[in-house]
Design a protein around this ligand. Structure first.
Ligand code: 6GU
Length: 241
């Protein structure tokens, strides 16, 4: 799977990309991540990429020309144009279902904004998926793009050592609940003991304990995730289908 990240701050990515799981996936040829500087498509000696908003107001708006031309040029760098995703706080909410959907794509082109946002003509012309990672405002789409790459890469076959491990994750297609509590040695730490059942070797009982623990944690923390609570106040009403 190929990711292309389009940004005004390409220097934010090398540190993230050298993180072990992702770096290993890149070295194995399972994924590639190419980072492109939108400013390279700006014209004129000052290479301006933004301008003041028509109608007035604070901040700067990303100009349509360098952004559209950068996306189109990057799309032509491979046989598949890829699915274009614009990272914006006014987008559709990203979640594990969206990550699963994206993991079926051959190529994602991630467009990161800064300043007060993109000129609307970028959306009108490119018709990207507009994607937000939550109801808060980041200084730009770069961290959000890393979130998307991180969540999607784990779902690419072969990236995780154990093919089972992402199926058990919270929110995955086989488990829409929160994960159960995990313990390792020592059996007791500062007066806190590991639940006896986990030491028993009785695997049906362990599975039952984990199921109940998962349900209880979900009830306490994220009741909106429980079946039948689809119309209760949800953290993510837009994606609850
Ligand atoms: Cl994708 N971008 C920005 N700037 N802020 C966000 C976001 C994206 N998602 C949540 N907040």
């Amino acid at each position: 799977m190929r990711f292309d990240v389009l940004t005004l701050f390409p220097e934010m990515f090398p540190g993230y990309l050298s993180q072990s799981l992702l770096n290993l996936a890149i070295e194995r040829g399972l994924v590639s991540v190419e980072v492109h500087n939108i400013r390279d498509w700006a014209k004129g000696k000052h290479k301006n990429v933004d301008d003041r908003p028509f109608g007035g107001g604070p901040g700067m708006v990303l100009s349509p020309e360098p952004v559209v031309e950068c996306v189109e040029a990057v799309q032509q760098m491979d046989s598949s144009p890829g699915r274009v995703i614009m990272l914006t706080p006014s987008g559709r909410r990203f979640d594990q279902r969206v990550a699963e959907e994206y993991s079926n794509e051959q190529r994602l082109v991630l467009l990161c904004g800064r300043y007060e946002g993109f000129d609307q003509r970028v959306v009108d012309i490119l018709q990207p998926d507009e994607l937000s990672i939550g109801d808060f405002v980041l200084n730009g789409g770069e961290v959000a793009a890393m979130v998307v790459v991180d969540a999607v890469v784990r779902l690419v076959p072969g990236v995780l050592g154990d093919e089972q491990s992402n199926k058990q994750d919270s929110f995955s297609s086989e488990n829409r609940l929160l994960e159960f509590a995990q313990y390792t040695r020592p059996r007791e730490y500062r007066g806190h003991a590991v639940p006896e059942v986990l030491l028993s070797g009785n695997h049906p009982e362990i599975a039952e304990w984990r199921k109940q623990n998962s349900l209880e944690r979900t009830r306490q923390r994220r009741a909106d995730l429980l079946p039948g609570n689809g119309d209760k106040p949800s953290d993510n009403p837009g994606n609850s289908a």
